[in-house]
Ligand binder design. Structure first.
Ligand code: ZN
Length: 153
Protein backbone atom coordinates (compact mmCIF):
# COMPACT_ATOMS: atom_id res chain seq x y z
CA UNK A 1 0.00 0.00 0.00
CA UNK A 2 2.74 2.41 0.98
CA UNK A 3 4.65 1.56 -2.19
CA UNK A 4 1.63 2.46 -4.37
CA UNK A 5 1.43 5.89 -2.72
CA UNK A 6 5.13 6.39 -3.21
CA UNK A 7 4.77 5.66 -6.95
CA UNK A 8 2.07 8.32 -7.35
CA UNK A 9 4.24 11.03 -5.84
CA UNK A 10 6.45 13.13 -8.05
CA UNK A 11 10.10 12.85 -7.11
CA UNK A 12 11.12 15.79 -4.99
CA UNK A 13 14.02 17.75 -6.41
CA UNK A 14 16.71 19.55 -4.48
CA UNK A 15 16.22 23.31 -5.05
CA UNK A 16 19.99 23.78 -5.37
CA UNK A 17 21.32 20.97 -7.57
CA UNK A 18 17.98 19.66 -8.94
CA UNK A 19 18.83 16.07 -8.02
CA UNK A 20 16.13 13.78 -6.65
CA UNK A 21 15.89 13.96 -2.87
CA UNK A 22 16.14 10.52 -1.31
CA UNK A 23 15.04 9.85 2.25
CA UNK A 24 12.51 11.24 4.68
CA UNK A 25 9.48 13.07 3.27
CA UNK A 26 10.27 16.24 5.23
CA UNK A 27 13.76 16.48 3.76
CA UNK A 28 14.08 19.58 1.55
CA UNK A 29 17.61 19.19 0.21
CA UNK A 30 19.63 16.29 -1.14
CA UNK A 31 22.52 16.97 1.18
CA UNK A 32 23.81 19.10 4.00
CA UNK A 33 26.06 20.91 1.51
CA UNK A 34 23.08 21.92 -0.66
CA UNK A 35 21.10 22.98 2.40
CA UNK A 36 23.97 25.19 3.56
CA UNK A 37 24.45 26.65 0.09
CA UNK A 38 20.73 27.48 -0.17
CA UNK A 39 20.70 29.31 3.17
CA UNK A 40 23.99 31.09 2.49
CA UNK A 41 22.62 32.41 -0.83
CA UNK A 42 19.33 33.40 0.75
CA UNK A 43 20.96 35.28 3.63
CA UNK A 44 23.53 36.80 1.32
CA UNK A 45 20.70 38.39 -0.68
CA UNK A 46 18.99 39.49 2.54
CA UNK A 47 22.21 41.04 3.85
CA UNK A 48 22.64 42.85 0.54
CA UNK A 49 19.09 44.22 0.76
CA UNK A 50 19.53 45.19 4.40
CA UNK A 51 22.76 47.02 3.61
CA UNK A 52 21.17 48.94 0.73
CA UNK A 53 18.26 50.07 2.91
CA UNK A 54 20.58 50.85 5.82
CA UNK A 55 22.68 53.08 3.55
CA UNK A 56 19.59 55.00 2.40
CA UNK A 57 18.35 55.46 5.96
CA UNK A 58 21.76 56.60 7.18
CA UNK A 59 22.12 59.06 4.31
CA UNK A 60 18.62 60.41 5.00
CA UNK A 61 19.54 60.73 8.67
CA UNK A 62 22.77 62.60 7.92
CA UNK A 63 20.88 65.02 5.63
CA UNK A 64 18.33 65.71 8.36
CA UNK A 65 21.13 66.06 10.92
CA UNK A 66 23.02 68.52 8.69
CA UNK A 67 19.84 70.59 8.35
CA UNK A 68 19.46 70.66 12.14
CA UNK A 69 23.13 71.57 12.59
CA UNK A 70 22.78 74.45 10.11
CA UNK A 71 19.78 75.77 12.01
CA UNK A 72 17.30 74.85 9.28
CA UNK A 73 13.98 73.85 10.73
CA UNK A 74 11.78 74.49 7.72
CA UNK A 75 12.63 73.36 4.21
CA UNK A 76 10.93 71.41 1.46
CA UNK A 77 11.21 67.87 0.25
CA UNK A 78 12.46 68.93 -3.20
CA UNK A 79 15.53 70.63 -1.71
CA UNK A 80 16.13 67.59 0.45
CA UNK A 81 15.94 65.30 -2.59
CA UNK A 82 18.50 67.54 -4.29
CA UNK A 83 20.74 66.85 -1.28
CA UNK A 84 20.34 63.09 -1.83
CA UNK A 85 17.42 62.45 0.48
CA UNK A 86 15.20 59.56 -0.61
CA UNK A 87 11.59 60.01 0.57
CA UNK A 88 9.66 57.04 1.94
CA UNK A 89 12.69 55.70 3.79
CA UNK A 90 11.96 56.46 7.41
CA UNK A 91 12.17 54.32 10.50
CA UNK A 92 8.67 55.07 11.74
CA UNK A 93 5.54 57.12 11.20
CA UNK A 94 3.32 58.07 14.08
CA UNK A 95 0.14 59.99 14.60
CA UNK A 96 0.48 63.36 16.27
CA UNK A 97 -1.18 63.71 19.61
CA UNK A 98 -3.96 66.26 19.03
CA UNK A 99 -3.26 67.89 22.37
CA UNK A 100 0.27 68.65 21.25
CA UNK A 101 0.81 72.27 20.15
CA UNK A 102 3.08 71.19 17.25
CA UNK A 103 -0.02 70.25 15.23
CA UNK A 104 -0.46 73.84 14.00
CA UNK A 105 2.19 73.48 11.25
CA UNK A 106 0.21 71.46 8.77
CA UNK A 107 -2.93 69.59 8.09
CA UNK A 108 -1.06 66.34 8.35
CA UNK A 109 -1.02 64.87 11.84
CA UNK A 110 1.70 62.40 10.81
CA UNK A 111 5.16 62.66 12.26
CA UNK A 112 7.94 60.87 10.42
CA UNK A 113 11.02 59.64 12.18
CA UNK A 114 14.40 58.77 10.77
CA UNK A 115 16.02 57.13 13.77
CA UNK A 116 15.65 59.78 16.48
CA UNK A 117 15.01 62.79 14.21
CA UNK A 118 11.36 63.76 13.89
CA UNK A 119 9.88 65.80 11.08
CA UNK A 120 6.60 66.55 9.48
CA UNK A 121 5.79 67.00 5.81
CA UNK A 122 2.64 68.55 4.45
CA UNK A 123 0.90 67.98 1.13
CA UNK A 124 2.79 70.89 -0.48
CA UNK A 125 6.09 69.23 0.26
CA UNK A 126 7.01 71.61 3.06
CA UNK A 127 9.03 69.94 5.76
CA UNK A 128 9.30 71.00 9.36
CA UNK A 129 12.09 69.36 11.30
CA UNK A 130 10.93 68.94 14.86
CA UNK A 131 14.26 67.86 16.26
CA UNK A 132 15.78 64.83 17.88
CA UNK A 133 13.69 62.76 20.18
CA UNK A 134 15.47 61.42 23.24
CA UNK A 135 15.27 57.69 23.68
CA UNK A 136 12.89 56.63 26.46
CA UNK A 137 14.59 56.17 29.81
CA UNK A 138 16.06 52.69 30.12
CA UNK A 139 16.20 51.98 26.36
CA UNK A 140 20.00 51.89 26.13
CA UNK A 141 20.22 49.60 29.15
CA UNK A 142 17.53 47.30 27.70
CA UNK A 143 19.29 47.15 24.30
CA UNK A 144 22.61 46.35 25.95
CA UNK A 145 20.98 43.42 27.72
CA UNK A 146 19.39 42.02 24.54
CA UNK A 147 21.18 39.52 22.40
CA UNK A 148 21.03 41.31 19.05
CA UNK A 149 22.85 39.64 16.13
CA UNK A 150 25.31 41.89 14.25
CA UNK A 151 23.73 41.57 10.80
CA UNK A 152 20.19 40.90 11.91
CA UNK A 153 20.42 37.38 10.44
ZN1 ZN B 1 21.28 19.20 -3.88
Amino acid sequence: MENCEEKDKKPRLCPVCKQVIVGRSDKNFCSEACRNMYHNRKYSRLRHDFKAIDRILKRNYLILKSLINSGTRKTNIHDMVMMGYIPKYVTSIRQENKHNKILAFSESPLIYECYDICFRQNKWGEVEILGQRPLPVGTILALNNENIPDDGV
